[in-house]
Design a protein around this ligand. Sequence first.
Ligand SMILES: Cc1cc2nc3c(=O)[nH]c(=O)nc-3n(C[C@H](O)[C@H](O)[C@H](O)COP(=O)(O)OP(=O)(O)OC[C@H]3O[C@@H](n4cnc5c(N)ncnc54)[C@H](O)[C@@H]3O)c2cc1C
Length: 411
Amino acid sequence: MESNETALGAAFDHDAIAREVESRFGEFFRSRVNPTAAQRDRDYATFAPELLAEMAALGLVGFTAPREIGGGGRTWEEWGHALEEIGYRCEDTGLPMLLSYRETATNLMYTSGMRGRPHLIERYAEPAVRGRHFIGWLYTEETDAFDFTTRVARRDGAWVLDGMKKASTGAPTCTCWIVYARIEDSDDTMVVLVEAADPGVTTLPQRSLGMRSLGVSSVRFDNVVLGDDRIIQATDGLSHSQLFVNERRVTGSSWLLGRMRALIQHIIDDTLPKSRFGRRLVEFDTFIAAIGRMQAALESARALLYRVLHRVEQGKHRSSYLHDPLVAVSKYVATEAAVLCADTAQRLAGDHGFFERFEIDRYLRDFYSIVPIIGGQYAIETELGRRVLFFHKGRGDASEPRPLHRPESDA
Ligand SMILES: Cc1cc2nc3c(=O)[nH]c(=O)nc-3n(C[C@H](O)[C@H](O)[C@H](O)COP(=O)(O)OP(=O)(O)OC[C@H]3O[C@@H](n4cnc5c(N)ncnc54)[C@H](O)[C@@H]3O)c2cc1C
């Protein structure tokens, strides 16, 4: 079932996006990215800034950014569908992840600029669209999600930042970060802009399970002095961070569909030459059913994701105070489907799943890397369960913790 027919297929022409991605980017992935994907994984090598700038010139960066800053002005729905096709063609899983992540960071910089900080657009958002700045987003620490140890303090007319963030996607090429820090002697959070070249900033590369071309690193801040021009949002940083999280959950799972499609084809191609007990392995019922199981997982994730992309486009998610439950579910379902596909592929591949040279193991490591990102799977389950129980009890019991989401119809 290679066509992308779903209940919403009629509402959005996925095939047109697929043709566009192929004609604009297909050759670039085949010639510039895919031949070196396995080596990048082995070496933890990231994408060079020059290659990233080339991607920007092609339009792989800033697909959804406003046209007035050089972006493509396309919708999230189009970008979500495009990312599936990018994921399908790009054999380095880290790249669609990086592209979708940086797209969101650039959009957030633009939005922050439009909220009364216009210099952020000129200095960071516009150059990012043109491939001259690479923006990261630094929230997570080893502490509870709302209890940062990273702090900003007012000293001699400037802000001084100290602390540590544990994971930065694309850190080796980040030229700046959006950083969340507690304001000294308060419970409030400030959002600040830190440049990689600022004195006192250190990136610490980390070895990791998968998506190694992302170069995920920790970032430490020691006495980093920032002027007022580096304030992105002076208070209530937590609601600012939610703008990022919501969009990441949508686009963070759309490219996974493409990688799943690629894996299904990879495992069939790998198995085609094999015969056992005088019969071709691809004719065994167990093999055929396993392929069907992977396809069913893919189609389920796709049906939900297309629905969410459409809903996001209509702007309905914005009525939710913190985040949209259906968006979280689409990340959850896509991740479970990807993990099922990778696990099934391993079982089908025999020792080809074990030896690196067949390039099947990388899917398993890459797909498992999505589990903790932007809300772990257990955290999403817990929040959803809490929501169902809360409303089951008739608008809830005041003694119970409130769910993070408001009740909201998906209609
Ligand atoms: C490839 C990769 C790239 C990343 N890039 C960035 C980046 O650029 N910037 C950044 O800030 N961070 C980044 N992160 C960090 C990532 O966003 C965090 O891993 C994520 O927010 C989860 O936090 P955590 O790891 O502290 O998990 P924890 O919150 O410690 O979760 C640990 C366990 O507890 C469960 N759990 C957590 N909360 C609940 C709950 N409420 N109810 C039930 N169970 C719960 C989780 O599901 C999990 O099983 C990256 C991570 C990865 C893997």
